[in-house]
Design a protein around this ligand. Sequence first.
Ligand SMILES: [Mg+2]
Length: 160
Amino acid sequence: MLFPRAVLPSLLHLTPQWLKERGLKGVILDLDNTLLPYGEETPLPEHRAWLEALKAEVPVYLLSNALPERFRRIQEQLGLPGHAPALKPWLGFKRALEVLGFPAREVAVVGDQVFTDVLGGNLVGAYTVLVPPLREKEFFYTRFIRMLEAPFRKPRGGLG
Ligand SMILES: [Mg+2]
C-alpha cells in the first residue's frame, strides 16, 4: 500500500504520451512540493509550461492538504478543478475521481509524499506516481553547487 506504481525523476517526465501508454486518462495532482515549492503560490516556469501542455490533453484535478484561501488563489491562477484541504490520505480521492469521471485504475495520482499521496491513491485503487519533493531537490542542488564552489571560496594562494 505504501509503494508507488511508478517513480519519476521529475514531474516533467509525466507526459500525455506516458499516461496514454499506461491507459491513464486523468490526473489527480498534489500541490505543495509537487507542483509548487512548499509555501509558494506560483509554479516555476518549466512546471507551468508542463502543466499547460498536460491539461490540454488530459483532465487534471488538484488535490491538496493546503489551507482553503491559499488553495483558491492558486487554483484560480492555474484554472484547474480541485479542492482543499483534502485530508489526504483518507479523504478527497473519491470526490476527485467523481469529478474526473474515470474509474480509479485509469487515473494517475501524482505527488511527492508516500504517506499522503501514494497511500491515499493506492487505497482507492489509482495508479500512483511518486516524484521527488521540490524543496529537497533544491536543497540537494544547492549543496551540490556549494561543493563545486568550495575550493574557490577562499583567497587565492592564501590559507583560507
Ligand atoms: Mg506534497
